[in-house]
Design a protein around this ligand. Structure first.
Ligand code: COA
Length: 266
């Protein structure tokens, strides 16, 4: 197990921490593998009843490490670590709680759509940056985001790719609760512990029934997104954007219409 992902068991709650703070917890291939393994183990083990996902160092995660896209590692290949992680999240039969502080970008935002309860600090900032990166959204977010927040809001968030403050994400229904930074971790653990005390079979059955209602649609959406994502990721437009981010150069859209980096919508 890499130190970039930390695990500990607390009263039936498997606490999974993304731990690469110097890079805002950007996810590497090794981290995806470690996360996928942790979730598969959580699913198997009787002493794990709930998973709690959070990020160390003040941020949830800045999403996929953009270096992975440039190096030609096909993150969407079925055997790729990112794809293994997506499958492990979707296959998990136990509830997953997310505790979001600071940045939750890319897969850090889309994974929330697969969680059962999301607690965020008031400094949390959510962003679906895919269009600005020359990509399309992933992790069935083109389906699930509109189910959760409505089509207009989902389209706004996905197309404008602006940073969404915690309060707005809470109003729209993506986040269950927003709390001060000082108390958010304790509250997330307390919700997870509460779920861990519930009758196990009933909890898993109820969660399973909720998921099953849209499982086929989620699979279809994931499949369609993967094909488009793969094509876009290889495009010169997207490759140039990744390179510029990694070189810390200002990112511009292909048409030169101003910065394609994040901006605030008030
Ligand atoms: N991939 C690779 N490196 C990343 C990263 C990512 N997704 N996110 C952050 N980093 C790196 C930065 O390059 C920087 O590295 P350096 O210190 O070696 O120069 C370090 O993490 C700190 O990031 P920085 O941009 O300086 O922090 P910030 O507080 O100014 O901004 C973010 C934080 C998250 C807003 C910004 O880093 C960002 O937009 N990251 C990209 C997020 C993204 O588009 N993810 C998409 C995945 S599909």
């Amino acid at each position: 197990m890499t130190a970039d992902v930390l695990l500990h068991l607390d009263n039936g709650v498997l606490v999974v921490a993304m731990n690469r703070p110097a890079k805002k917890n950007a996810l590497t291939a090794q981290m995806y593998s470690a996360l996928a393994d942790a979730l598969a183990e959580a699913d198997r083990r009787d002493d794990v009843r709930v998973v709690l996902l959070h990020g160390e160092g003040g941020n949830f995660t800045s999403g996929n490490d953009l270096g992975l896209f440039v190096n030609g590692q096909a993150t969407e290949h079925p055997e790729a670590p990112a794809a293994t992680f997506l499958r492990a999240v979707i296959a998990l039969r136990k509830p997953m709680v997310a505790c979001v502080c600071g940045h939750a970008v890319g897969i850090g935002a889309t994974v929330l759509l697969h969680c059962d309860y999301v607690v965020a600090s008031d400094d949390a900032r959510i962003r679906f940056p895919f269009v600005d990166l020359g990509l399309c959204p992933e992790f069935a977010s083109t389906l699930l985001l509109q189910q959760v927040v409505g089509r207009n809001k989902a389209t706004e968030w996905l197309l404008l790719a602006a940073t969404i403050p915690a309060a707005e994400a809470h109003r729209a229904g993506l986040i269950n609760r927003v709390l001060p930074l000082e108390t958010v971790a304790a509250e997330a653990l307390s919700v997870a512990r509460c779920l861990a005390t519930k009758p196990r079979q009933a909890l898993m059955a109820t969660r399973g029934l909720v998921r099953e209602a849209t499982a086929a649609l989620v699979r279809d959406s994931l499949q369609r997104e993967t094909v488009v994502f793969d094509t876009l990721r290889r495009s010169p437009e997207a490759q140039e954007i990744f390179r510029r981010f990694l070189q810390r150069a200002p990112v511009r859209t292909a048409g030169g219409q101003g910065a394609a980096t994040q901006f605030e919508v008030l």
